[in-house]
Ligand binder design. Structure first.
Ligand SMILES: NC(=O)c1ccc[n+]([C@@H]2O[C@H](COP(=O)([O-])OP(=O)(O)OC[C@H]3O[C@@H](n4cnc5c(N)ncnc54)[C@H](OP(=O)(O)O)[C@@H]3O)[C@@H](O)[C@H]2O)c1
Length: 327
């Protein structure tokens, strides 16, 4: 096979996405050629597919920061044809043609062999979102957050990172409060394990106050902006918030008071450029002691359905994880 199907984003000057046939010769000259079986949709893919230059500088382009598939050709000894592999993050789907296609060609240094406890499909139900949720929870645990401390808040709870975080925290015995802008998804969030569901608007109350009543033992924040700062003001003394997202904005107006009067911690999470050894260890954990049943939050689509799913994601309509089957 010398051609393959790929999502192709063009700028004419509006950005448009459609599935077209491409030649394998168009792929970059990296070490390992992979036949992709599954990809998934992440917020960053929606940004790339609609021309965000902070994610993708040059168009036309194929987005897709996640891919799971089978090695077809390799120039390195560590990988041979037939190996099942996962790649998330690094430059995949940003300025290297990404996983929303039947083939990718990537450096071997981006690849993880599929852990035996996860199928390729399960690995992409998790994808970057699941890996990020796990890294956020891991940071909270390392900072000493334990279930006995009280409720842990998850913001953007219906989204990919948020929904996996709700399931994982519940599995680990935490009492989870899910914050969402979608009141109609309360049933979904409770089904995932949330014991409380609150509105995004409720979290923005008291913006004018220096501190709020201490409430949260920990926070997984996927949205950023003022909402993040208001949750820091409501952390219990010594508690921690893991910050990974920006859907509510990249800036927040803050003060040092929560840090110096309550000793709270703000913990940054980056799942993209994380060293491969750390990614591999988190994937192992997700395949064993942190193995999750995520069937309740997955929605499976084909490559041709991706453009419509991207529009919904950018309109804040994402609920759970979108798995992309690459036939
Ligand atoms: N640091 C990292 O390594 C890393 C890795 C992966 C993702 N991320 C970031 O994490 C965030 C979530 O990613 P994702 O893939 O889970 O996205 P997603 O599936 O689209 O979910 C985002 C969720 O954020 C909430 N939201 C949307 N617009 C909002 C707004 N204006 N104000 C407040 N909340 C809003 C919505 O949840 P509700 O309606 O339930 O509130 C939405 O479902 C993104 O910013 C992404 O870039 C970072």
């Amino acid at each position: 096979m010398s051609t393959y199907q790929a999502l192709w984003v063009t700028e004419t000057p509006q950005f448009a996405q459609k599935v077209i046939e491409r030649s394998l010769d168009d792929l970059p000259e990296n070490e390992v050629l992979i036949r992709v079986h599954y990809s998934s949709l992440n917020y960053k893919d929606a940004l790339s597919a609609t021309g965000n230059r902070g994610v993708t500088r040059q168009f036309p382009h194929t987005p897709g920061i996640d891919a799971a598939g089978v090695v077809e050709q390799s120039n390195v000894a560590e990988f041979v044809a037939g190996d099942e592999v996962i790649v998330t993050g690094y430059d995949l789907g940003m300025n290297t043609y990404g996983g929303l296609a039947q083939y990718i060609r990537v450096p071997a240094s981006w690849l993880i062999k599929r852990p035996s406890g996860l199928s390729l499909r399960e690995s992409m139900i998790l994808g970057t979102a699941g890996l990020t949720a796990a890294l956020c929870v891991d940071k909270l645990l390392c900072a000493g957050v334990v279930p006995e401390d009280g409720p842990v808040l998850v913001t953007g709870a219906t989204g990919g990172v948020g929904s996996v975080a709700v399931v994982l925290l519940t599995k680990l015995g935490f009492q989870v409060t899910a914050a969402t802008g979608k009141a109609e998804q309360e049933g979904f969030l409770r089904q995932l394990g949330a014991s409380d569901v609150i509105s995004r608007a409720a979290l923005l109350e008291g913006m004018d106050k220096a501190l709020l009543k201490p409430k949260w033992a920990g926070v997984v924040d996927t949205v950023g902006g003022d909402l993040l700062f208001n949750t820091l003001k409501a952390l219990q003394p010594g508690a921690s918030a893991a910050c990974c997202g920006l859907t509510a904005g990249v800036d927040f107006k803050g003060s040092v008071l929560p840090f110096i009067l309550r000793g709270v911690n703000l913990l940054g999470v980056d799942s993209v450029e994380l060293p491969l050894v750390n990614k591999a260890s988190m994937w192992d954990k997700l395949s064993l002691q942190w193995k999750l049943d995520l069937e309740a939050l997955v929605h499976e689509i084909s490559l041709t359905e991706v453009p419509e799913a991207i529009i919904a994601m950018l309109a804040s309509q994402q609920v759970g994880r979108t798995l992309v089957r690459i036939d």
